[in-house]
Design a binder for this molecule. Structure first.
Ligand code: AMP
Ligand code: ZN
Length: 728
């Protein structure tokens, strides 16, 4: 009996020793791989290997939870950040906000925080619009922007400084004379609706999936590896939090959190506790008055050079808060950016400090969320649309309904998977939504209202335009017509070719395109260049004047640069920005068509998916033929050679700077950092290779030499301008 019991026990011990050792080894391997990947930016482990080991560890830790150590790689919450962004730890966590969905929730919240601060009497609230974007933490050392990070999981985010610097409403240098060692500013990066719509337009043109809402678009933009693309996308930023740090502490502190001293009656006005706040305040002595309230934080942020949302308001009590929320529930639809609610904060920083945080939220703030706008309507028909890339998209055509200030009559059903999931049928009553989402979406089907005799919708097996059997690749949800002479695809390709960002052919709109294709006059974009006015006159309702004009407009488009031609070809994933980047790197069509996937992917900002798509496109004989016909038609299939430093990520990339003399405000090191962050190089001596010399007071022989060599001279001011320009 004894021995029988002992045997399994020792076996268990044996196993557990092995397991422990293996877990340790996995942790060590993964940690090293992460370090190389994120910190050194020099990965040595394949992603697939990492994932395999990671899962093995998760497996072990699930079976033997006692193996989990706080520093195990599995204990990082959130996703692995994208390749090439370093992960950074936030000095102060970025908390989430508790949600309220109506006045009762707000009242309950007031009760709750009052229980934690029973002596507080009248208090003020600050209401700020909740901007639907992505929060950023910006670090300024001695007044200069040194880091911009995403929220990530709140503890750890991604270092996206390079991208943050492209946001023009974020100052690179704070407007303050004696900046404290560290200031951390937080706020919301967002895409104004206009930019959002523009991006989606461009994505549609490039045959890419659309962003569902501005928040997703902003997130996607901030994590772009090519900061030139970020710069083009016109992100904006509203600041709302300020933390001031001290040298001794080495990291940012909340304004009012100097020392741990708790005082009893600092509550209501927020004024009594001034002494304590002023302590940390001393480090920003240049700011006019001590910062005691959130409202003053907002004013200070403005003084420092940030954009602060202009609609914020101080509310004297909860009733005023409710009135504010009520007012903006309708007025928000008029704003040029998307909001999804109101953030209500206690105005007194002392009171905020006293209340502190729960595990996840500040106790002193709450987010009132506006309900998504939804409405019921009836699906009259489910149709399919064939896009330029051949993708066949199902659409619900619905009885028109008013939503978020617009009339909605069509909603995308995305793909066959989504249709199957919804089981949506013609005749169904459905709920459509248009909240943060600009594109209306069918959220659910009210099956109980389904009329008799409906049938499940089935995606067509053949192209509704050309009859070709449709392709349904197994690993994708998309259904595609792959007939290159499908009239739907041809029509859309022609429209794309003629569009503003491509060849910009005035007068060649949908109306004529349809006829040109139907009458067989045009079978590819190259045919456009052979069209004569006489041929055009055969089209219905075409007059002599218009025909001549159109022929001229087509002829003029021959002068459009190579980048537009490339964009106009409509290769999947090649939007106008990518086209520019690509034609910078491949100044001729020959260079691009002969490049390997690796060559193309080596271009900064171009990933393998895009590279593969381009490579594949050039392998297709009809496409090769098209290129040679365009060549014969004398289009621009090469660019005038510009500067050598193509494919790099900022205007200052590869430029060499020398700094001489004392600059009026920037220290030598700061100027150096700024230049380097913009991709430039700073060297000590002036030579023919120097591009710019930054000249301050008491400049010596370097200035002389620069003048002798005819090198461009910059003052601090013009340098800062140049740095700003490099972000455009
Ligand atoms: P949630 O993501 O719903 O937890 O809400 C918290 C988020 O609201 C924060 O991470 C911020 O990104 C965002 N937010 C937008 N506007 C504000 C604001 N004025 N004050 C605080 N947070 C805001
Ligand atoms: Zn077709």
């Amino acid at each position: 009996m004894d021995s029988a019991e002992q045997l399994p026990l020792s076996e268990q011990e044996q196993l557990s020793a092995d397991v422990t050792q293996r877990a340790k080894e996995l942790q060590r391997l993964l940690q090293r791989a992460s370090y190389e990947y994120y910190v050194l930016d020099a990965p040595t482990m394949e992603d697939a290997v990492y994932d395999k080991l990671y899962h093995e560890l998760v497996d072990l830790e699930t079976r033997y939870p006692e193996l989990i150590t706080p520093d195990s790689p599995t204990q990082r919450v959130g996703e692995r950040p994208a390749r090439q962004f370093k992960s950074v730890r936030h000095n102060i966590p970025l908390y989430s906000l508790e949600n309220a969905f109506g006045n009762e929730d707000l009242a309950r919240w007031e009760e709750r925080w009052r229980r934690n601060a029973a002596d507080a009497k009248e208090v003020e609230y600050v209401c700020e619009l909740k901007i639907d974007g992505n929060s950023l933490a910006l670090t300024y050392e001695h007044g200069v922007l040194v880091r911009g990070a995403t929220r990530g999981d709140g503890i750890e985010g991604e270092d996206i400084t390079q991208n943050v610097r492209t946001i023009r409403s974020i100052p690179l240098r704070l407007n303050i004379e004696n900046p404290p060692p560290i200031i951390e500013v937080r706020g919301e990066a967002f895409l104004p609706l206009e930019s959002f719509n523009q991006i989606n337009q461009e994505r549609e043109n490039a045959g890419e999936a659309l962003f569902a809402n501005p928040r997703n678009a902003a997130a996607g933009t901030l994590r772009q590896l090519d900061s030139r693309i970020v710069a083009k996308r016109k992100l904006d930023f509203f600041a709302y939090t300020l933390h001031v740090g001290s040298q001794e502490a080495g990291f940012a502190l909340r304004l009012s959190s100097k020392g741990g001293r708790r005082q009893k009656a600092e509550g209501e006005e927020g004024g009594e506790d001034g002494g304590e706040i002023q302590n940390s305040q001393s480090s920003i002595s240049n700011l006019q008055s001590p910062i005691l309230t959130q409202w003053q934080v907002l004013q200070t942020l403005k003084q420092l050079g940030f954009r602060v949302n202009p609609e914020g308001a101080v509310c004297a009590d909860l009733a005023a808060v409710m009135a504010y929320c009520d007012r903006w529930s309708t007025e928000r639809t008029q704003l040029p950016y998307m909001t999804d609610g109101v953030v209500v904060k206690l105005n007194s920083l002392a009171l905020q400090e006293r209340l502190g945080f729960t595990q996840k939220f500040p106790r002193w703030a709450i987010a009132l969320k506006y309900p998504a706008e939804e409405a019921p309507t009836v699906v009259e028909r489910i149709s399919v649309n064939v896009g330029r890339t051949g993708a066949v998209t199902p659409l619900a055509e619905m009885k028109p309904v008013q939503l978020a200030g617009t009339t909605v009559s069509r909603a995308t059903l995305h793909n066959r998977d989504r249709i199957a999931e919804l089981d949506i049928r013609e005749g169904d009553t459905v709920i459509v939504r248009k909240a943060g989402e600009i594109i209306p979406e069918v959220v659910r089907v009210l099956y109980e209202l389904r009329p008799e005799g409906t049938h499940p919708f089935e995606m067509p097996t053949h192209c509704p335009e050309c009859g070709q059997l449709l392709e349904k690749p197994e690993d994708e949800a998309v259904t595609r017509c792959i007939n290159i002479s499908c009239p739907a695809i041809l029509r859309k390709s022609l429209e794309h070719w003629a569009s503003r960002d491509a060849m910009d052919i005035a007068g060649l709109g949908e109306k004529w395109v349809v006829q040109l294709v139907d009458n067989g006059l045009v079978k590819s974009v190259a045919d456009l260049y052979d069209l004569t006015a006489e041929q055009l006159l055969t089209l219905e309702r075409m007059g002599k004047k218009s025909a001549e004009k159109l022929v001229q407009a087509i002829a003029d488009s021959r002068q459009k640069p190579w980048s537009r031609v490339l964009y106009g070809l409509g290769i999947r994933h090649v939007g106008s920005v990518n086209a520019q980047v690509l034609t910078d790197a491949f100044p001729t069509v020959e260079a691009l068509s002969q490049a390997s996937v690796e060559d193309i992917a080596a271009v900064y900002g171009i990933g393998t998916v895009i590279a593969q798509s381009i490579y594949d496109w050039f392998q297709i004989p009809t496409n090769q033929e098209l290129i040679s016909r365009l060549q014969t038609a004398q289009l621009q299939l090469h660019s005038e050679l510009r500067t050598q430093n193509s494919g790099l990520h900022t205007a200052l990339s590869g430029k060499t700077f020398v700094i001489t003399g004392t600059l009026p405000t920037l220290k030598r090191d700061e100027a150096k950092t700024l230049i380097q962050q913009a991709g430039g190089k700073v060297t000590d001596s002036v030579s023919k290779k120097t591009d710019y010399v930054v000249v301050g007071e008491d400049a010596g022989s370097k200035l002389q030499k620069a003048q002798d060599l005819g090198i461009t001279l910059l003052t601090e001011e013009t340098l800062l301008e140049l740095l700003n320009l490099s972000n455009e």
